[in-house]
Design a binder for this molecule. Structure first.
Ligand SMILES: [Zn+2]
Length: 371
């Protein structure tokens, strides 16, 4: 049962060794591969932290791990505690923020929430969102060695899974303190591995999709930004790294959602409300006719994640009685051992690609327009 973990661990050991044996310096470090080692530290319940539900001691342990890692890379880590209401309870969590100064004050924000959910179903949050956090940590490490055209700010929000609490707190206080004035783009990493394809989305062209989130921030339609150019910049960077064949996917239109546009259910939402163009990266499968249609909520055609998958019609054999629907997030499949059984090598590859694509975008001035 632990075969998957053993292979991931031996991979991280090999990466560590090749780093030690290298005599050509930091240029030779493959940060895409390093992210796999960080994913083991985060999501493996024996070697790492494992499940980390919002506002639990495990989420706090994850935050401490982030603080130590980022400090170790040489960052001044801003710790931003916050509270939020959940039912009749007042809960607390923290955001962690680091920044690498670039030639320009214009700033690109990358966010990856570090809490997880579904532990009652056996989820350890390997892909949602251990993968996003592992990739963002590897990117943070790499950026310390780079001269950047734009400033990069990396945000690790807490308590995303029960209401986008960390990112909404961050946006509200950043607006109050003029910390978004220079922000020209925001990239949200949420579940960047596991699913059959890696997509990149823009915000929805219809403000109504985001209205309830924007109103929580005291913002309205005039503040909202649905421009797709950060999504398109990410697509261009993905072509530069992976070629036309391996580029990020743009989902086709489905009812209520034009091509390449997404809803307000993750940490990009508050930023779009605050007038910042966003790109949201997630690994799923919009070709599947899932429980509610072609909405990307079913992540894989792998029959192991279905009671019964009807490949010809791309849906459940029995739509009335299907219980699993090809979902990985928040289920017993969102753990490294299960993922490695279902998809040998996939998560490592997706992690590595995501790291290299975002590094390409952040280290070149040409992708995001400086307006
Ligand atoms: Zn998530």
């Amino acid at each position: 049962m632990k075969k998957g973990i053993i292979s991931l661990l031996s991979l991280s050991v090999l990466i560590g060794l090749s780093g030690c044996n290298s005599d050509s310096g930091s240029e030779s470090i493959d940060y895409g591969k390093k992210a796999t080692g960080y994913l083991v530290d985060i999501a493996d319940e024996i070697e790492g932290i494992g499940a980390r539900e919002a506002s639990t001691p495990e989420e706090e342990a994850m935050g401490n791990w982030l603080y130590d890692k980022l400090t170790g890379f040489g960052y001044d880590v801003e710790v931003q505690p916050f509270t939020y209401q959940k039912g009749d309870k007042l809960l607390s969590s923290k955001n962690f923020i680091v920044e690498k100064q670039g030639a320009s004050e214009k700033t690109i924000v990358l966010a990856a929430h570090y809490d997880s959910t579904g532990s009652d179903h056996g989820s350890l949050g390997a892909t949602d969102n251990g993968a996003g956090v592992a990739a963002a940590v590897a990117i943070a490490e790499s950026l310390m060695q780079e001269s950047l055209p734009y400033t990069v700010r990396i945000l690790f929000p807490g308590a995303e899974e029960n209401g986008l609490n960390g990112s909404l707190h961050y946006v509200r206080q950043a607006l109050d303190n003029d910390q978004l004035d220079n922000v020209i783009a925001m990239i949200n990493y949420d579940t960047v591995g596991g699913g059959d394809y890696v997509y990149v989305h823009a915000a929805h062209s219809d403000y109504a999709e985001y209205q309830s989130t924007c109103e929580k921030l005291g913002l309205g339609e005039a503040d909202y930004n649905a421009q797709p150019h950060v999504r398109d910049a990410m697509l261009q960077a993905s072509i530069a790294v992976k070629g036309e064949e391996g580029q990020y996917t743009v989902h086709p239109a489905f009812p209520g959602y034009p091509e390449g546009e997404t809803g307000s259910w993750s940490d990009h939402a508050g930023f779009a409300c605050a007038g910042i163009p966003i790109a949201y990266v997630e690994a799923t499968n919009f070709d599947i006719n899932g429980k509610w249609g072609f909405d990307g909520y079913s992540q894989t055609v792998n029959p192991a994640a279905w009671d019964c998958y009807d490949a010809e019609n791309k849906t459940a054999c029995d739509r009335e009685n299907e219980t699993r629907w090809g979902k990985i997030w928040h289920t017993e499949f969102d753990r490294l051992d299960k993922l490695e059984e279902l998809f040998p090598g996939r998560v490592e590859q997706q992690l590595s690609d995501n790291v290299n694509i975002v590094l390409e975008l952040m280290t070149s001035a040409g992708y995001i327009s400086d307006k």
